[in-house]
Design a protein around this ligand. Structure first.
Ligand code: NDP
Length: 399
């Protein structure tokens, strides 16, 4: 059916590529392109010989011209951007210039400002509409599946949704004192930033990790969860009409937070450049270089993740509560695709989003967040491609 150019060759990209190769009728040919071409070749070596034809290329996606050149050479139908959020705009520019569809899993963030918001990418709406090209933003798990869960709840179970709590829990253990489950730089920037949530039409800001609760999650048990700012709050506030409050919560162990506090206190998480032996370095980027590569955590990580949405609202004039979630087992993900569950839960929805566009089910000129499309085919595909979901109509609430 189509050709996909996959940019990035890290933990998430590896899962996307495995999943595309499991779906060769849709992904007939792929090109894996990244800054370090050896990583692309290593992934190709694992999967070559199947029905999906695989090429590799070196690309610096900070350079729009280089991405355009690669697109003109490979002629993909879609670019799946699983590099870093810093590359979103340059890749979107290349897609516009060549008339190729675009998908990513994280919103643009300028390297020098640790604040992620959609304004930069939403500013491309008119240009994508005029070019007749689809850009699908945030097709990972969170953002991604969590927003599809909300759209599904809205479509099938609620007349009005009032409260959304997104809870992202990882009860996996990789045995290291300290490691992040996806790109350490992006992960630490997210956690050390102020928290925020949406209430009555406004952002309410908190100190980083100021709000904490304990929640008893299905199949995982009670966990400490902390309120974070997260990008899907911004798009859901716009797209779920009448919503009064949206919050995002993530689990962190005491051990993880103790390490993080120490690293923060000594300045290792700073993004301000410092002079070191005659060279400018960014402490957080140096820290990334000494931490375990998230792609290497697969064989070591044991346990489960549980990510879902607890939703409250009104149906037929009566209050209703609904919890929809996915439980993923780290060891099972590793056995299937050689990655831990965090990369898995992001890579599967990225493949599904690309499939929705290639099949024409979610194809519409413009720039869209996932909750703006019909959730049903995506929810079916989650069950089929490894992220089955469960429902509970009387969940315990957070307040
Ligand atoms: P990794 O750090 O493992 O991989 C990133 C890849 O991008 C690397 O192969 C890297 O190349 C490549 N890259 C970086 N800069 C460039 C560039 N200028 N040009 C070309 N390639 C480049 O990250 P992850 O796989 O963990 O994460 C990938 C994305 O997924 C991130 O944007 C992250 O925010 C997002 N994510 C989304 C989630 C969701 O649920 N929505 C959850 C988890 C992650 P090199 O090897 O040379 O450094």
């Amino acid at each position: 059916m189509g050709k996909a150019l996959i940019i990035g060759a890290g933990g998430v990209a590896s899962v996307v590529i495995h999943k595309c190769c499991q779906n060769p009728d849709v992904f007939e040919e792929i090109c894996i392109a990244s800054r370090t071409v050896e990583k692309c070749e290593a992934i190709k070596a694992k999967l070559d010989g199947g029905k999906t034809r695989i090429q590799t290329a070196r690309v610096d996606a900070d350079n729009t011209e280089m991405v355009i050149e690669l697109i003109n050479k490979f002629k993909p139908d879609i670019v799946i951007n699983v590099a870093l959020p810093y590359q979103d705009l340059t890749i979107m520019d290349a897609c516009l210039a060549t008339g190729v569809h675009y998908l990513d899993t994280a919103n643009y963030e300028p390297p020098e400002i640790p604040k992620f918001e959609y304004k930069w990418q939403w500013a491309y709406r008119e240009r994508f509409e005029k070019a007749g090209v689809t850009a699908l933003l945030g097709s990972g798990f969170d953002p991604g599946v969590t927003s599809v869960f909300c759209a599904y709840a809205q479509k099938h179970y609620f007349d009005e949704i009032h409260y959304i709590d997104i809870v992202d829990a990882n009860a996996g253990d990789h045995g290291y004192h300290f490691a992040t489950n996806f790109n350490p730089e992006i992960n630490i920037r997210e956690i050390t930033a102020p928290g925020s949530y949406w209430e009555n039409g406004e952002w309410v800001e908190t100190e980083p990790l100021e709000l904490k609760k304990v929640y008893d999650l299905p199949e995982i048990g009670p966990k400490d969860i902390y309120l974070l700012h997260h990008e899907e709050i911004e798009s859901l506030a716009l797209n779920i009409k009448g919503v009064k409050r949206i919050r995002f919560w993530m689990t962190f162990s005491e051990k993880y937070l103790t390490h993080l506090r120490v690293l923060e206190n000594v300045g290792m998480t700073s993004i301000e450049p410092i002079e070191f032996e005659g060279k400018k370095i960014i402490p957080l980027q140096f820290l990334k270089a000494v931490l375990p590569d998230p792609a290497s955590l697969g064989p070591r990580t044991k346990g489960k993740t549980n990510i879902g949405c607890i939703i409250q609202g009104i149906k037929d004039g009566k209050p209703r509560t609904y919890y929809v979630y996915n439980v993923c087992v780290h060891e099972e993900c590793y056995a299937e695709v050689g990655s831990q569950a965090i990369s898995y839960t992001t890579g599967v929805p990225a493949m599904i989003g690309a499939m929705m566009i290639l099949k024409g089910i979610w194809k519409k000129p413009g720039v869209y967040n996932v909750e703006e499309f019909d959730p049903d085919p995506f929810m079916d595909a989650l069950n089929k491609y490894g992220l089955p979901w469960k429902e509970d109509f009387s969940p315990r609430l957070l307040d």
